[in-house]
Design a protein around this ligand. Structure first.
Ligand code: ADP
Ligand code: MG
Ligand code: MG
Length: 255
């Protein structure tokens, strides 16, 4: 079974490595589990997910990230992706003139070993079966990537990309995306379709509402660069009722 272990992780901006944004984060995600990470704006949620994916703007200064017991820190971002780590949504937001079908095909091709050719028939078979599973109209794949897309259409494209790449660990950062109701439904239906014994999901959000649709196995609160509280889905409800001030006060009294 696949496992991602984040151990005492410290992350800084590459341009100012002396100042930590993520400060001692610990988290283990196993295939089959959905973890929600919540927390106030600016606590380093996006930073830590991008650092795990290998984003060049961020540097891991201490700690480790293990996929199935093996450190990924020396791996290039594309190697991490090939190893099964998917960050939604690490691709350019708009790719004019490139159809979704061709974009996804290039992403599949990139997964293969050098010199290996993607089989077009097999690719389309897989694409159409994933689209059927996600109830996406066939016409959708001839559109250009994100060009003139609604929030819901962007999410449909991202979920389809995730379905095609079949990651073992998916990091989804929904915090700043301003989910409208259509997008919310697309994301939740997609994640609920894809969740299962072979996929671990880390869902970053500050919308408690999203967790009414995607019921997480674990909820974590991130504050000041680390996880300060973990629980089950009821923690999300408690947060909604009491706010993050409650967590801050608990931390202050614990000191
Ligand atoms: P969250 O996702 O929890 O809202 P972020 O990870 O986006 O938090 O940001 C954490 C802190 O790091 C913030 O103070 C933010 O301004 C800073 N930060 C993150 N990425 C960058 C960046 N690329 N350039 C400058 N500052 C950044
Ligand atoms: Mg933010
Ligand atoms: Mg963020």
């Amino acid at each position: 079974m696949h496992t991602l272990e984040i151990k005492d992780l410290y992350v800084s901006l590459t341009e100012s490595p002396e100042k930590s944004i993520v400060k001692g984060l610990n988290l283990t995600i196993k295939a089959g589990e959905v973890h929600a990470v919540m927390g106030p704006n600016g606590t380093g949620k996006s930073t830590f997910s991008k650092a795990i994916a290998g984003h060049p703007d961020y540097v891991i200064t201490s700690g480790d990230v293990l996929l199935d017991g093996k450190s990924i820190l020396e791996m290039e971002p594309d190697e991490r992706a090939r190893a099964g780590i998917f960050l939604a949504f690490q691709y350019p937001s708009e790719v004019p003139g490139v159809s979704i079908a061709n974009f996804l095909r290039a992403a599949q091709q990139a997964r293969l070993a050098e010199g290996e050719e993607l089989d077009a028939t097999a690719y389309y078979k897989k694409l159409y079966s994933k689209m059927d599973m996600l109830k996406i109209d066939r016409k959708f794949t001839s559109r250009s990537v994100n060009e003139g897309f609604s929030g819901g259409e962007k999410k449909r494209c991202e979920i389809l990309q995730m379905a095609m790449l079949e990651p073992t660990i998916a990091l989804m950062d929904e915090t700043d995306s301003g989910l409208d109701i259509d997008a919310l439904q697309v994301v939740s239906a997609g994640v609920n379709q894809l969740r299962g014994p072979n996929l671990g999901v880390l869902l970053i959000t500050h919308y408690q509402r999203l967790l009414n649709y995607i019921v997480p196995d674990f909820v974590h609160v991130m504050y000041d660069g680390r996880i300060v509280k973990s629980g089950d889905k009821s923690l999300a409800l408690e947060l909604e009722a009491k706010g993050y001030e409650w967590v801050k006060q608990e931390l202050a009294t614990a000191k």
